[in-house]
Design a protein around this ligand. Structure first.
Ligand SMILES: Nc1ncnc2c1ncn2[C@@H]1O[C@H](COP(=O)(O)OP(=O)(O)O)[C@@H](O)[C@H]1O
Ligand SMILES: [Mg+2]
Length: 403
């Protein structure tokens, strides 16, 4: 897998993929269509990353893409981050053992397979420590309360560990040829950008000034402490408590040797995300803030030279009675409620008019996105009446994604 050398035009897929920008489509002002099945069939694609702001359907879409790819003949592993319980159960993700397990009920007639796992952030962190420190050092670190807090709750740890796990899976896929496609869900952060930013933030936290500040009193002779620094230390003591600060210092001393390793690993995975074999799929719901996030993310991918495949607009309202306009429906509802007859029909007509209003709003938002990113391929997935909690539901989403 080679790192891209020349920046690709924004919104285009990988350089090897067929352009998805039809001249007619762009002239008509509509977005080019994201060809999901072509993406899944492209053997050069080894990693698909599903990103987007919280609650837009990342986990569902990752699982649906993974299942569809597997049933079309690819050997897939999907890394989910926070699957809803019922969905997790349907994929056999009941054990949190941090390794991929085969999913039952997948049609393997085409020679594909599907393994799935759920990220255990703390365990992934522990494993990195164990793999890189001597047994005594590792034990010391793992037992440290500051480490325990950091590994289970520090903002950004989940993003970092998702990347770490992706790196591990990719290495395993390379070595053992167990999988030919890794589909990655991303953590439930408010902002999609956190996935790209958090690892660097965590790394600079771990090897940056904060750490040196903490280390200084532990390592250096007291006279080297400037008055300013001891003021800071005293303030932190008050804020965090003496024990906490001592734990942090002990952790940092023990962790020192791992810093370089951590940063290097994060950088390596970052390069993996820029490689030709990676495809980003950005998720958005038809809401102003979700689309704004998607916009930022699309721009950021372009800056980072990370290959974008397209945008999934998820949970779009559907027009169930296309021949009935909002005005007609509303007028009919009005007439019925004045006459006092058929109250249920009147209510339904009113709901239809309301839904059309919503649809118009969504269409407007989508058009705005498309106008700002005319070359970004996209696909729309309607809002289903129920949530997606089993393989059949995932298959259905998969077929809608490829529609
Ligand atoms: N197209 C859809 N129609 C109906 N429900 C959906 C759709 N996409 C996702 N959902 C539901 O929305 C909820 C959030 O989806 P999820 O994939 O967990 O979002 P995220 O991972 O981005 O937080 C889940 O209950 C899921 O079943
Ligand atoms: Mg999720």
């Amino acid at each position: 897998m080679s790192t891209r050398e020349n920046p690709a035009p924004r919104g285009r897929g990988r350089s090897r993929s067929t352009p998805r920008v039809g001249p007619l489509a762009s002239r008509a002002g509509t977005a080019p269509r994201l060809d999901t099945d072509a993406l899944l069939a492209d053997r050069a694609v080894e990693i698909i990353v599903c990103c987007g702001s919280g609650g837009v359907g990342k986990t569902t879409t990752s699982a649906a893409l993974a299942l569809r790819a597997a049933e079309q003949g690819r050997r897939v592993v999907v890394l989910t981050i926070d699957p809803a319980r019922r969905l997790a159960q349907s994929m056999g993700l009941t054990e949190l053992d941090n390794t991929p397990r085969p999913v039952k009920g997948v049609d393997t007639a085409n020679g594909g397979s599907l393994d799935a796992m759920m990220l255990d952030m703390k365990r992934t962190f522990d494993e990195v420590v164990e793999a890189h420190a001597t047994p005594e050092k590792a034990e010391q670190i793992l037992a440290n309360p500051f480490y325990q807090a950091l590994s289970s709750s520090f903002a950004g740890t989940q993003e970092y560990m998702a990347m770490e796990k992706l790196g591990q899976l990719h290495q395993k896929a390379r070595k053992k040829h167990e999988w030919d496609l890794i589909v990655v869900d991303t953590p439930p952060s408010r902002s999609a950008l956190d996935f790209l930013d958090a690892p660097e933030r965590l790394a600079s936290f771990l090897d940056g000034r904060f750490i040196r500040l903490l280390l200084a009193p532990a390592k250096g002779p007291a006279r080297l402490l400037t008055a300013g620094l001891s003021v800071v230390t005293r303030a932190m003591n008050r804020l965090l408590g003496t024990q906490m600060l001592r734990d942090a210092q002990a952790f940092v001393s023990a962790f020192d040797a791992l810093f370089g390793g951590f940063r290097q690993r994060a950088e390596k995975t970052y390069r993996l995300l820029q490689a030709d074999g990676t495809a980003f799929v950005v998720l958005a719901a038809p809401q102003a803030d979700a689309l704004r996030e998607a916009s930022y993310f699309v721009e950021r991918l372009s800056v980072e030279k990370m290959p974008l495949s397209g945008l999934v607009m998820n949970r779009i309202s559907e027009n169930l009675v296309p021949e009935l306009t909002a005005t007609t429906a509303e007028a009919a509802a009005q007439r019925l409620s004045e006459s006092g007859e058929h109250p249920l029909t009147a209510h339904l007509l009113h709901l239809h008019a309301e839904r059309l209003g919503q649809l118009e709003h969504e269409t407007h938002l989508l058009q705005r996105f498309t106008a700002a990113h005319p070359t970004v391929a996209s696909v729309q997935v309607p809002a289903l009446p129920t949530d997606v909690h089993d393989l059949d539901g995932l298959r259905h989403i998969g077929s809608l994604l490829a529609d």
